[in-house]
Design a protein. Structure first.
Length: 301
């Protein structure tokens, strides 16, 4: 009974999710349920999996009241697209749920949908419906996106397949995301699809809560520890190492591959994506090791 009085903020997001998902019903068609970037389901195509993702952005947390509504819409859908990328997939169909104040201008909503359309356009995502609801006069507006995707079975990446000794890489640069990057980032769909075709990562995820939070999650999912070199972490202009580790909302890819493939990957990446950096930051190590012990990153509670 003692646990029943605990507050969410006392146990944190990860433990909360572990508790509420441990006994969820899962059918035989579920490959991966809660705990990865997307749920993975078997569909009618024996060669592919169906990917399912839901994500929300909340005023005052993920965007400000003053944020242009087109930027809110763009970010809301792009966050979900980034998770599809982390699985190596292709985004397909989106549904949008809006929680709005009754006093909200119609022009705000139409502009928000222009942002959603802008995010969907490069990937030919169909926005097929959704829901609108009032959050009340004093409530907090939010945008929730449900997104489906598809991925070939042999190219689907999970967080849980990493091996001790596999080398860790990140794309792009990290930190200072609130300078505007968090509203206009480009989901790494193209890069992830190329990567899973040419150099299938053993584990991969997108960096939304910061390397300090997300790397331990990937390592734990793979039943590994990790070792990284802080001075190798690629920092955005003006970012400190702490900001690169902890700011979050980078939406870059973090992945692991066998050491024998590293040099070939780096050469091929530079040729294919010359304007996007790829950085070797460390490796997965035996379970129970953490060098350094990372603290920080975005905490939802």
């Amino acid at each position: 009974m003692a646990n029943s009085s605990k507050k969410i903020k006392e146990i944190g997001e990860d433990l909360l999710i572990k508790r509420i998902t441990k006994d969820l019903p899962l059918g035989k068609d579920v490959v991966t349920g809660a705990g990865d970037d997307c749920a993975v389901i078997t569909g009618n195509d024996h060669r592919s999996y169906v990917l399912l993702k839901i994500d929300c952005v909340i005023e005052g947390i993920h965007y400000m009241k003053s944020t242009p509504p087109s930027a809110v819409g763009y970010k809301a859908l792009s966050r979900a697209i980034s998770d599809i990328a982390a699985m190596g997939g292709t985004p397909k169909h989106a549904m949008i749920s809006l929680s709005l104040r009754p006093e909200c201008n119609v022009s705000y909503v139409t502009s928000l949908y222009r942002g959603l359309s802008k995010a969907s356009s490069p990937y030919n995502i169909s926005i097929v419906g959704g829901e609108t609801a009032s959050c009340g006069k004093n409530g907090t507006p939010s945008v929730t996106v449900s997104l489906t995707g598809q991925v070939r079975k042999d190219r689907c990446c999970f967080r849980s397949k990493g091996k001790s000794g596999h080398i860790l890489f990140v794309t792009g640069k990290l930190g200072k995301s609130l300078n505007g990057h968090h509203l206009r980032f480009t989901p790494r769909i193209r890069e992830a699809q190329w990567l899973t075709k040419k150099f299938k990562p053993s584990a991969m995820m997108d960096l939304s809560d910061g390397l300090a939070s997300d790397l331990p999650r990937l390592a734990k999912s793979s039943n590994c520890g990790y070792s990284i070199e802080k001075d190798k972490i690629p920092k955005a202009r003006g970012a400190s190492i702490k900001e690169a580790l902890c700011d979050g909302e980078d939406y870059e890819l973090l992945f692991a591959i066998p050491s024998k493939d590293c040099k070939k990957l780096e050469v091929a990446w530079q040729k294919k994506f010359p304007s996007l950096t790829l950085t070797r930051i460390g490796k997965l190590s035996p379970k129970g090791t953490a060098n350094p012990d990372l603290k920080g990153g975005w905490k939802h509670f």
